[in-house]
Design a protein around this ligand. Structure first.
Ligand code: AMP
Ligand code: MG
Length: 346
């Protein structure tokens, strides 16, 4: 067990003296959990393989799952990659800082454990004042996957990280709820045309405004055996409960879910649904993601709701399906993984 230092830092008025302690820890090749606009990240010096090794150990992350490297300026980016192609530059100008990870050819400075042996590296510039300031103060790129234990939903609040990681890392920066609440969009720039490996905060239509040819890897919609993004093959985000998704015409969905709830009434059950639909399941335990009129908010609540399933010690959870448009694509991608791709079409 490590003696974890917890630093409470406010997003809007950053205490630089406190944050310097975290930057010093990064420079001593220690592990630091930092807030970002997507989810909390478990960070270490991306240029030091021993520091990076500690991330894998703290998370219990499989060695073949590469990490995303976070930078705070273009000089740092240039250190991490072989070259920055023209189309990558235009995406950077449009979407950085922000939830867009670009897969580019890695430079020799990036250790092999960061990229899990691949010759590419995922890089992004987070849109979060604490994350950016920390990288600046440490003056080194920070490798940071989501700060959950492997297999658990990504953490979007300080409470989540403290409960998962206290005693496993050197420093935790406890700040606000992650604004976006789902991980970044991962875009493979080494594929021609560029391909979305993981949907996230920057949507397909936003990317296609700059590069119309951009496509989506088929594994975003289905489970496949050997995805291009290694991380996509692991079961993620799954609560302890048995989970199923019911998809189709809403009146049929209501009937099916009500029937399934009845069949499982001897268990501790819940329904994950839109706020507008709570009334369709009278006397049932509903966990609302929020209103259908605000898909970005629904996406930001997903990991909190999935963690709630475990807090409530649920045995059986049914979720509605949502429109796979804009942020809904990322929401449904994570939700399908949470149900282990068990989907009942009605
Ligand atoms: P996390 O940091 O936990 O959000 O996970 C990072 C995600 O980015 C995983 O799904 C990885 O498989 C993916 N990723 C990172 N680097 C690469 C890379 N070089 N090539 C393909 N996917 C990557
Ligand atoms: Mg993750």
């Amino acid at each position: 067990m490590k003696n974890t230092l917890i630093l409470h830092i406010n997003d809007t008025s950053i205490d630089e003296a406190l944050l310097s302690q975290a930057a010093d820890a990064i420079n001593q090749n220690k592990t630091v959990i930092l807030p970002t606009e997507t989810v909390y990240g478990l960070g270490a010096n991306a240029l030091n393989s021993e520091a990076v090794e500690k991330i894998f150990i703290a998370k219990g992350r499989p060695q073949d799952n590469p990490l995303i490297v976070h930078v705070s300026n273009m000089n740092m980016l240039e250190k991490c990659v072989k070259s920055i192609p023209e189309d990558a530059l235009s995406l950077i100008h449009a979407f950085w800082p922000g939830p867009l990870t670009l897969i580019l050819e890695k430079s020799d400075l990036i250790p092999h454990n960061v990229s899990a042996g691949l010759n590419t590296v995922g890089v992004r510039m987070p849109d979060h004042p604490i994350a950016l300031k920390l990288i600046d103060l440490a003056n080194t790129p920070i490798a940071a996957p989501s700060a959950n234990r492997s297999g658990k939903p990504s953490p979007t609040t300080a409470e989540h990280v403290i409960s998962d990681m206290q005693g496993r890392v050197d420093v935790i920066i406890a700040a606000d709820h992650s604004r976006i609440g789902l991980e970044s969009t991962v875009l493979d720039m080494t594929h021609n045309p560029p391909m979305i490996l993981r949907p996230g905060g920057v949507t397909l239509s936003q990317l296609q405004m700059l590069i119309p040819e951009i496509t989506i890897d088929p594994q975003v919609h289905h489970s496949v055996d050997s995805p291009r993004s290694p991380g996509m093959k692991y079961t993620h985000y799954a609560p302890q409960a048995e989970m199923t998704m019911v998809r189709g015409d809403h009146s049929k969905v209501i009937k099916k879910i009500t029937h399934l709830m009845d069949e499982h009434k001897h268990l501790n059950c819940a329904i994950i649904c839109a706020e507008e639909h709570i009334q369709d399941y009278p006397n049932q335990n509903c966990l609302s993601l929020g209103s259908l009129s605000n898909p970005a908010f629904m996406a930001s609540q997903l990991f909190t709701i999935l963690r709630k399933c475990d807090e409530l010690q649920l045995d059986y959870v049914i979720t509605e399906a949502f429109a796979e448009e804009e942020m809904g694509l990322a929401l449904m991608n994570r939700l399908k993984k949470a149900v282990g791709y068990k989907i009942l079409d009605v």
